[in-house]
Design a protein around this ligand. Sequence first.
Ligand SMILES: [Zn+2]
Length: 566
Amino acid sequence: MMRIARTLAAVAVLAAAFAGAAGAQGAPAEWVFTGGTVWTADSAHPRASAVAVRGGRIVWVGEAKDAAAWTGRATTVIDLRGRMLLPGLHDSHLHPAAGGVELGECLLDADTTRAMLITHIAQCARSGTGWLRGRGWQLPIFPDANPSRTLLDSLVPGRPAYLRSADGHGAWVNSKALALAGITAATPDPPRGRIERDASGRPSGTLRESATGLVARMMPARTWQDYVHGLRRTMALANSLGITSLTDADADTLMLRAYVALDSAHALTTRILATQHTDAAAGASQVPRLIAQRARFTVGHVRATAAKIYADGVIEARTAALLQPYAGTSDRGPTPIPPERMDSLVVALDRAGFQVHVHAIGDRGVRMALDAFAAARAANGARDSRHQIAHLEMIDTLDVPRFAQLGVLADFQPLWAYRDSYIRDLTEPVLGPERSSRLYPIGSVVRAGGTIVGGSDWIVSSMDPLAAIQVAVTRRDPDAPAGPPWLPNEVVTLDRILAAYTIEGARADFQERETGSISVGKAADLVVLDRDLTAIPPADIHRARAVLTMLEGKVVFGDAAKLRAP
Ligand SMILES: [Zn+2]
């Protein structure tokens, strides 16, 4: 009895100490942010005007008039002056390790015309030796998204060249690369891939999906040290955009090793949820290996607790899986994994406690994923699994309510949700008008009670979350914001999309107790934007810039001295 009483007394003293530390009369904070809009993502206390941080944690959230109680001689006071303080942003789907390496190669994303692209490739070809590697050529530049090896031969004559397309689902190669890989007119298409051919049946220079691997395997393999270098670049870019949590949407063992190496060197400036790569052919038999990797690579700020499955490809290359055929064809698109194997893999992953992250773009791919999650629930019982489906270009009307019913998170890339040349020239013609009127149904999922999170799919597209947030609320090209929204039913509110990039992103990572909102006790993962998004026209959101980003109370981007109150 006595021992219990003493223990309880000790607990009470400890609790009182914590209450004191977090109360208005506590010791001064290290940081006080005051004088601006604090958007908290905390439904109990959505807005405030001041925040105090000590020991890497948020210790107080309140109003500017009360901030003096937290301010001492050693406190750094950040005068928000009409700026906006938000929880650090989450990017719930991107490729940080692979993208970081590619940042150092021939990056063609910004070349919007054929002339720009040609000049740029020729310029890349002038430096380096051996393989010319790069990525990002825009599919609409070429008829049928199908560039030729002869054009690339003229730009890169002496070396093999391998240039991935902007969507990552194809590659443009020259004749040297085809020869090194031994690809000829006689080479059959590999399973789940296509070698594009000219009228005479010879390889024409564009490879789709798994066919890219025929050439890619001839290039020097990446090392985990390559990924360490790449990740440093990626994290610096993410921090400069206000991002403090990243979901790697497809991490292999070398990438996992790089994350853990950076963590043990205290060099991670973002939290990482790594979605482990799975092998479609291996099915459920690979789950014990994934469990072992989870144990080995979940440490510090790295969690290897999710697993990736591809349900289909992309619409532009007609590799997305559709319920009804592509317009004018009998082709509904391939699936990289048969539905039965997908079900058994998802059931096994769910039973082992993995979060399953599915790539699905076409309505048949999305349905396959939802069916697999329903199968997991039937086999293992309803649990708080937080599985998610990313991309979601098309969702059949019947499937929209299933996100809420099954507790599956809808991971959208809002930056894609306006009528650009990908939609106009490569999507609408192959889907026809009815299906094209239901693309990127973000608003529909929200209205049906589903939870949305936001991701960039970088390096496939820009990592900038503010441009994506603008498109979610305007459904317009950020650079041509005037005019009516594209598919106005699918617009969402600013509060909703900010929640997707903050607290819902944290929930998607099972980290909502640690981060995702500005709440007392959570880590000080914070971003200061140069303007208040709630006070400017939506067309200006993409002009906002992060000026200070903090992870656990440490500045990872920006110059606090410039924001200091005098
Ligand atoms: Zn992706």
